[in-house]
Design a protein around this ligand. Structure first.
Ligand SMILES: Nc1ncnc2c1ncn2[C@@H]1O[C@H](COP(=O)(O)OP(=O)(O)OP(=O)(O)O)[C@@H](O)[C@H]1O
Length: 260
């Protein structure tokens, strides 16, 4: 597994390591030799326009598909060697919501906790903690149907945190939300990464969701075109901000829906 030297001189081990991964849908290549790492306590933003390959990458990490080439390790374990056990340290929020609208927040979370094998007392404690971190504790008894989009998203994130994952995958979790709600979720996730030492991989096409200290992976047409701390990527391109850096990096692949 690749290691990286931290600023204090110590080696840090990635909680997610993606190495030389390629993927084809028939003759169409969606990912081309993709390699990067995600570290504990940090948000890694996966930035790319529509069609760059972000969802395909998430499908490979979560084992919805098998990677025909390369290796993916979560907390040092590859699913190729460990099967679905390798996914234990993983929490996921997919693009499409998957809550049961007719159940309350509590019922949804309890159901998920039981699938994860958590005992009732432990599940309730963790539920409490995750909902508090996301400012949703007061809504625990409400039916999900009565919540707005932003609050439903927070419940999904709380659910993904119940089993104390070391790695959290978020596939464009703020899609369809208004700006203040987006900003609140971005802030919560960055705080969670720091306080709970979780490695976060955040797929997005919105520059304002990325902080200067975040790690950044820029994906274009299935290939990584830049990788490093966001501020270093901006400095390396000589751009004035991330938006300009991104346009320079992806050139003709820039699309209008990639927003500053
Ligand atoms: N089931 C499929 N069959 C064929 N091609 C596909 C399939 N799914 C995705 N692709 C293609 O693979 C490439 C990567 O798609 P992917 O959905 O991973 O990108 P993305 O960055 O997640 O985009 P979006 O933000 O729109 O979800 C695109 O060119 C897409 O058209």
């Amino acid at each position: 597994m690749q290691k990286e030297t931290a600023k204090d001189g110590g080696a840090r081990t990635p909680v997610l390591s993606v190495k030389d991964v390629s993927y084809w849908y028939g003759a169409k290549q969606a990912l081309d030799d993709v390699s990067f790492d995600v570290y504990s306590g940090k948000v890694t933003a996966l930035l790319g326009p529509n069609g760059a390959g972000k969802t395909t990458l998430f499908s490979l990490i979560t084992r919805l598909f098998d990677a025909p080439t390369g290796r993916i390790e979560i907390d040092g374990r590859s699913a190729a060697d460990w099967g679905f056990k390798a996914l234990g340290p993983l929490g996921v929020v997919f693009q499409q919501p998957t809550l049961d609208l007719d159940l309350t927040v509590k019922q949804n979370l309890r159901y998920f906790a039981s699938l994860r094998g958590l005992k009732r007392k432990e599940a309730d404690e963790r539920m409490d903690r995750a909902l508090t971190a996301l400012d949703m504790k007061e809504r625990i008894g409400e039916r999900v149907r009565s919540l707005n989009g932003g609050h439903r998203r927070r419940v999904e994130i709380a659910r993904a945190l119940l089993h104390s994952p070391k790695l959290l995958l978020l596939d464009e979790p703020t899609i369809g939300l208004d700006d203040p709600t987006r900003a609140a979720i971005v802030r919560h996730i960055h705080e969670l990464a720091r306080t709970d030492n979780i490695g976060v991989l955040w797929a997005t096409h919105l520059f304002d969701e990325i902080e200067a200290d975040d790690d950044l992976v820029v994906l274009s047409k299935g290939r990584i075109v830049a990788r490093g701390e966001a501020k270093a990527v901006v400095a390396d391109t000589g751009a004035k901000d991330l938006g300009e850096a991104f346009r320079r990096l992806i050139g003709g692949d820039a699309e209008e829906d990639v927003a500053i």
